[in-house]
Write a protein that binds this ligand. Structure first.
Ligand code: ADP
Ligand code: MG
Length: 726
């Protein structure tokens, strides 16, 4: 490798990387030399104990160093493969190693070559053999001289990388090893005082130890260093953004107490204590400073009414509101609720999704074209304070609000960081940004919130409205399926309705699960993927031919979905639907009080927090509700995980359990994470996160421009750029 290589050069500059490897590397997200150097192993295989040949045991990992005594090839005629057989010896004995079809070995490792070999010894009759071991040349004779080489693939802690088809860890090691030389020229962005204070490993040593560690302890220290750096940059970013936002102002929304009082009085129920408190926090915030608030609340805790209240204050102050929901069904439901709760207040409300645009004004609802609606929203004159409720359609390029005062994002975890930012950025003026209220039913523990959002304001709804009955939850064994079906029929005869939820598992997800070793191979083979269609057919034809069963899935047209949803929402009898078979599209938000039964197929495929969300679709009235969890897996740890739902109905606790059982990546979903995988595992460590947060604060206090630490500044700028392009 020449020194002329730059970190920013494409990997194609490296020796041995041709078009084929380029394609594979790109699949792993590796384009530049820098990407490759920062592609860290996720675990290590320990081959560091070098054994003697006479110490080898069957089925044990081994590493030996030996010399090739003899090597030859024979052809197995029946199976048409070449078998390369080498006799390896050390001073304690001999052993046979075999490889298949790698004829070049004859030339590559001729007798006299000293090899380091790693793998598993297999018993063949009474003898042990080494079948396809990893090997590496340690020394060889050439022109009368001996050449030595350091082991990369054997006889040490071997890094294992996430691989892709055609690109093995072995190849990655081969490409990465020579880069460590290049890494010596990279300057450490972390200033000395930080390294000392937090006892962090220096950059160069860290590169070496994370890829080719001399011990697991040092590998861990190296990893910790990279995690520290990455989290420090993101905390600096969050703090700086906060400072910047503090300089901006947001529309001043009048704290109109009589208006709030008459709103609260107009409701058909009394607000819970938690709702009152949150509404007050929001109202104060809207008047005083730019709001960036997360409203966290248990499913069914009544977040929507707070969205409605804050929207009312905002439009009455002469500003517009945009509410973004993750699905059309939910947007439509919000539109209807806003209409009915705000009916006494003469407010204009619009619905904007990809399939429908509607407007509600003066108690009348009508269709409107997207263009006309857009004109109304964007026109400066006359100012038209309106609440626009929609889906992703709200962030289309041509939609511009003229006087946006408040953005509400419902089920915010369903949206990417980018989409949320876009909605804000596109509608900010030079000096004013809209207020932001994010709502979620997935409670995010404080440490995670801190890591992802920095110090954002929180309002928490930790109580449910009165009169809700506890949902009875059961994990159902396959032999009791029949009983459950009979029970469902009885309840439907009592005029209740049921949801049946099926996981829609894509091929890639199955591979993913396989890769993570969550299910054994035989479990996977036995596992039956319950597509909604199949379940629908079964239920209509065999189980409930006499009942009205309908289905709902993501591939249906919005119009079809809407027809089914509104039929289901009608309640019992007439043209309504008794059983709705659905994918997880109904997961979020939908409110159908008469539905009191839920059956979840393949429950093991969902996280606890998500199952709790599904379950939140029922138990919304005074009827006793039931949730049945079916699992396709007999695995004990899975059923016992599901059983926690039987006992626990506290969403916050379930979220924490989920987090520790499945890790933050799974918990938050890939969309949420702007944070690299490497860092994910550390997000559970409260003290670590707090420490970095504190450190970032001190740095910003000392020099917010970061000019004092030019290398840190450069890294920070790169980091911010990456975030903006995500
Ligand atoms: P979520 O927090 O899951 O979004 P919703 O806002 O959909 O919950 O509220 C669930 C149901 O509870 C709705 O039908 C809503 O009208 C009702 N509700 C909200 N607040 C109260 C309350 N204080 N008392 C009684 N019912 C309420
Ligand atoms: Mg909701």
């Amino acid at each position: 490798m020449t020194n002329a290589l730059q970190l920013s050069d494409p990997v194609s500059e490296l020796r041995g990387i041709g078009p084929r490897y380029l394609k594979y590397l790109e699949k792993l997200g590796i384009k530049t030399i820098k990407d490759l150097l920062w592609y860290f192993p996720f675990r290590y295989e320990d081959f560091s104990q070098i054994k003697k040949i006479n110490e080898l045991q069957p089925e044990e990992n081994f590493s030996i160093i030996g010399t090739v005594k003899k090597i030859n090839v024979r052809k197995s005629y029946r199976r048409k493969i070449f078998i390369i057989e080498a006799i390896i010896e050390d001073n304690t004995g001999q052993i046979t190693a075999i490889w298949f079809n790698q004829i070049y070995l004859l030339k590559n490792i001729p007798p006299g070559t000293t090899l380091s070999l790693s793998g598993k010894a297999k018993a063949k009759g009474k003898k042990l053999i080494l079948s396809s071991p990893s090997y590496e040349i340690i020394s060889r004779q050439k022109l009368g001289k001996t050449f030595y080489q350091e082991a990369v693939h054997t006889g040490r802690l071997i890094p294992i990388y996430s691989e892709t088809k055609g690109l093995s860890s072995r190849a990655l090691r081969y490409f990465i090893k020579p880069l460590l030389k290049l890494a010596q020229n990279i300057k450490d962005p972390l200033p000395d005082f930080l390294l000392k204070k937090h006892k962090l490993m220096g950059l160069q040593q860290s590169f070496h130890q994370i890829h080719f560690p001399s011990s697991l302890l040092l590998a861990k220290k190296a990893k910790e260093r990279f995690i520290f750096e990455s989290l420090l940059l993101s905390q600096l970013y969050l703090l700086k953004t906060k400072r910047k936002n503090a300089l901006l102002s947001a529309p001043k929304i009048k704290l109109d107490i009589p208006l709030l009082q008459s709103f609260v009085r107009s409701l058909p129920f009394t607000l819970t204590e938690a709702q009152r408190k949150a509404l007050w926090e929001i109202s104060l915030n809207l008047e005083k400073k730019p709001m960036n608030r997360l409203l966290e609340g248990e499913v069914g805790s009544g977040k929507t009414i707070l969205a409605i209240g804050s929207s009312l204050l905002t439009v009455k102050s002469g500003y517009q509101v945009a509410l973004m929901a993750p699905t059309e069904i939910l947007a439509k439901q919000h539109f209807n609720r806003f209409k009915s709760f705000l009916q006494p207040f003469q407010v204009k409300i619009a619905l904007l999704t990809s399939s429908a645009t509607k407007i509600y004004d003066d108690g009348l609802e009508g269709k409107i074209s997207k263009q006309s609606l857009n004109k109304i929203i964007s026109s400066a004159d006359p100012i038209f304070p309106i609440i626009v409720i929609g889906t992703h359609a709200l962030i289309q390029k041509n939609i511009r609000f003229n006087r946006l005062g408040l953005i509400i994002v419902d089920e915010q975890h369903r949206f990417g960081v980018k989409q949320r930012k876009q909605l804000i950025a596109e509608n900010a003026n030079k000096s004013e940004i809209p207020h932001l209220l994010s709502m979620t039913a997935t409670p995010i523990p404080r440490t995670l919130a801190l890591a992802f959002y920095g110090d954002l304001d929180l309002s928490i709804l930790d109580e449910l409205p009165e009169g809700r009955k506890k949902i009875i939850t059961k994990v159902v064994l396959p032999r009791d399926r029949e009983k459950v079906y009979n029970f469902i029929r009885q309840e439907i005869n009592k005029k209740r309705q049921a949801f049946v939820i099926c996981p829609r598992i894509e091929e890639t997800e199955i591979n993913d699960i396989k890769a993570k070793n969550l299910l054994t191979l035989s479990e996977q083979l036995n596992y039956e993927v319950k597509a909604v269609k199949k379940e629908y057919k079964k239920l209509t034809k065999e189980i409930f031919p006499d009942l009205k069963v309908a289905m709902l899935h993501g591939k249906m047209k919005p119009k079809e979905k809407e027809i089914i949803m509104s039929a289901f929402a009608k309640g019992y009898g007439g043209s309504s639907i008794d059983i709705l078979v659905s994918t997880s599209v109904i997961e979020v938000g939908v409110d159908i009080p008469n539905a009191s039964l839920m059956l979840i197929e393949g429950a093991e495929h969902f996280g606890l927090a998500q199952l709790h969300q599904f379950r939140g679709r029922i138990g919304r009235s005074h009827y006793q509700s039931y949730c049945f969890l079916f699992s396709g897996s007999p695995n004990h740890s899975i059923t016992s995980r599901l059983r926690t739902l039987v006992k626990c109905s506290d969403g916050f606790r379930l979220a924490e359990m989920d987090l520790s059982l499945r890790g933050p990546g799974e918990f938050l979903g890939t969309k949420q994470s702007g944070i690299p995988d490497l860092v994910m595992s550390s997000l559970l460590d409260k003290e670590f996160i707090e420490k970095i947060h504190q450190q970032a604060k001190e740095i910003i206090q000392e020099d917010p421009s970061l000019k004092k630490w030019p290398l840190l500044l450069t890294s920070f700028q790169e980091f911010s750029q990456k975030i903006h392009h995500e």
